[in-house]
Design a protein around this ligand. Structure first.
Ligand SMILES: *Cc1c(COP(=O)(O)O)cnc(C)c1O
Length: 475
């Protein structure tokens, strides 16, 4: 009983590479947003597994026959919804290699090259976004996980014995409170849910007309909470919020955190990579005061899902929160090395840093920065087109590559405009040519167009604009 014969693996491997190459070559022939109905794909898959083995060729054929209709193509340049996440050639190759090596990097000993390569890549990336040397980095799967570890560290820093005694049923600990803006990502709330802080333990700070946290309101909230017996412990500032990509005033927030001895976490999951571009350095103001920062290369750095980078100046607190070394995990090198399992909830880890190595070396830092810069320029241009079209309006500033806009032909109530734009978005997405998403800003339904795919060229943005206008005429 053995594995697939090597010759067969080689043959199927070549077939698979050919399949992916053709897929990427022909990507624009697909519809970016899958148009299937719920249950349609499930129905096509046999309800019980095969007892006898099959050729991989058959499985590959069924990828086409069964799955492809139900794939929403994130690699399609018409995909301009949410935030892009695209697979570049070198990123895909590295994923393949990761599976081939099949390493579990839980301990230094379980693959020294893994542990040291991740360390080297964290050092590279730290320099790319110009963070000071005292930032220590680790790779997690997603920003949700990274931010959860930030909140866990902030909680551990309080030194209230949560590690041993937990939080519930104790009369010796106050209710904990953390702060973020009304526009912070839902993952911050999920982190609070997971860690026993609870949704009531989050205070959402109002934003100004540019959707940026009002730092004075933050300060007032902290003062009020202390007066009322809460224990403030953490502030999350967002650089590039999910709805409108606004940037919270990190420097001001950092000063408030310092004064009140609060953990400052920066959520730069989407926009953090722009720190590579000289013109965008302004976004990093105050970053050196943060206790932790999350940036996702799997969003806007052409790295296939998933790869999120968590930087902290206080890795010892992270370790204090999570290190738990079972007898069978002890090694004789523990005094000399970092075992990555000590820095988070997971034991096993995939070799994700390979993806960074391949992507960074293939494109070079300059190549990555140029691509991202080009996306920002395209977004500014698209925003201009919106501004110059009398029936459309821009709904938020455009600091990065995401444009929030709506159709507004005049003489409509806000309610009517919401309905109209909802209908417009449905029409656009039903065209099968592009895929846009939406949000609400001040209760107004807003269409969002994001540029950030490695395959985005000017022509795609022009075609999208043409289509949007055509669809608006049909309303
Ligand atoms: C996308 C995003 C997240 C969540 O990212 P995941 O990696 O999917 O968990 C969190 N915060 C911000 C600001 C984001 O844009």
């Amino acid at each position: 009983m053995s594995d697939m014969p090597i010759d067969e693996f080689r043959k199927s491997g070549h077939q698979l590479v050919d399949w992916i190459a053709d897929y990427l070559k022909d990507i624009e022939e697909y519809s970016p947003l899958s148009q299937v109905n719920p249950g349609e794909i499930l129905q096509r898959i046999p309800s019980s597994p095969p007892h006898k083995g099959e050729e991989i060729e058959n499985v590959l054929k069924d990828v086409d026959k069964i799955l492809m209709d139900g794939i929403t193509h994130w690699n399609h340049p018409g995909f301009m919804a949410y935030f892009n996440s695209t697979s570049s050639g070198p990123g895909i190759l590295a994923e393949f290699l990761t599976a081939g090596l099949g390493i579990n990097g839980m301990l230094w000993k379980t693959s020294p090259a893994f542990a040291e390569h991740e360390k080297a890549m964290m050092n590279w990336f730290r320099q790319m976004v110009e963070l000071p040397e005292n930032y220590w980095g680790i790779i997690y799967d997603t920003a949700s996980t990274s931010s959860m570890h930030a909140i866990a560290s902030a909680r551990e820093q309080l030194d209230l014995g949560f590690r041993e005694k937990g939080m519930a049923g104790r009369h010796d600990v106050p209710r904990l409170r953390m702060y973020c803006s009304e526009h912070a990502h839902s993952s911050i709330e999920k982190g609070a849910l997971t860690l026993g802080v609870g949704l009531e333990g989050i205070k959402k700070i109002p934003v100004n007309d540019k959707f940026e946290m009002i730092s004075q309101k933050l300060e007032e909230a902290i003062t009020d909470d202390i007066k009322n017996g809460w224990k403030p412990f953490c502030v999350v500032a967002t650089v590039g919020t999910t709805s409108s990509t606004s940037v919270d005033p990190v420097e001001e927030i950092a000063a408030i955190c310092e004064k009140n001895n609060l953990w400052l976490h920066i959520d730069a999951a989407y926009a953090g990579v722009t720190a590579m571009i000289p013109e965008m350095k302004w976004i990093t103001k105050g970053w050196e005061s943060a206790d932790s920062i999350v940036i996702n290369p799997h969003k806007w750095m052409f790295t296939p899902m998933d790869l999120s980078i968590y930087f902290t100046r206080k890795s010892e607190i992270l370790k204090q929160a999570f290190s738990l070394v079972a007898e069978y995990l002890k090694t004789n090198k523990d005094d000399e090395v970092e075992n990555l399992m000590d820095y988070g909830i997971q034991l096993g880890r995939r070799f994700r840093s390979l993806k960074l190595w391949f992507v960074i070396r293939y494109f070079g830092v300059d190549g990555l920065a140029q691509r991202i810069k080009n996306h920002i320029e395209l977004a500014k241009e698209f925003a201009e087109w919106i501004n110059n079209e009398k029936d459309f309006e821009l709904m938020a500033p455009v600091p990065f590559s995401t444009v929030c806009f709506r159709y507004n032909p005049g003489n409509n109530s806000e309610e009517e405009l919401n309905k109209l734009n909802e209908k417009l978005l449905e029409g656009i997405n039903a065209s099968g040519k592009i895929f846009l998403s939406h949000t609400k800003l001040n209760d107004k339904f807003v269409i969002r167009l994001t540029i950030g795919s490695i395959r985005h060229e000017r022509r795609h943005i022009e075609e999208a604009w043409k289509l949007i206008k055509e669809c608006s005429k049909k309303l």
